[in-house]
Unconditional design. Sequence first.
Length: 159
Amino acid sequence: MNDDGKTMIRRNRSAARRFSALVALLVLAALLAGCSQKLQLYRPGALAMVTGTVTFRQRILLPLSVQGEVRLLDVTDGGEGVELARVELPAPVRVPAPYRIDFDASRIDQRRNYVVEATLFEPATGGGPGRVWFRTPAPQYVLTHGNPTYLELMLEMTR
């Protein structure tokens, strides 16, 4: 092979290396863009949300006075949990009822555990506690540790 052939091979190899480096940079940029989309959900000062629906299996028509609430709780330390946000489902509640809980994203710590719980209740007259019709039977984890931001909550009837 003459010098022109060796030069051509070197140029092709050099172009192939530059092309490979460009492809690697583009892939890295795409991965970082995907990560930044996730991180933006929890950046300080940003609003974030948990959404979904509330429903139950029983085929009953609730009284028109029944209303509901869906709460976002930090349950890392056990007990009742610390309420971060709440949304009311106004009466009359008809299922499936959509919900959207807006909250301050800066309050979310990736090391902690968060749940969503829902209750359908009939307010008491005279200021006392009302009748609870349905509630979330078990913790419904959201936001951290790979848990979703959209949940369809299946409530159980209380006795």
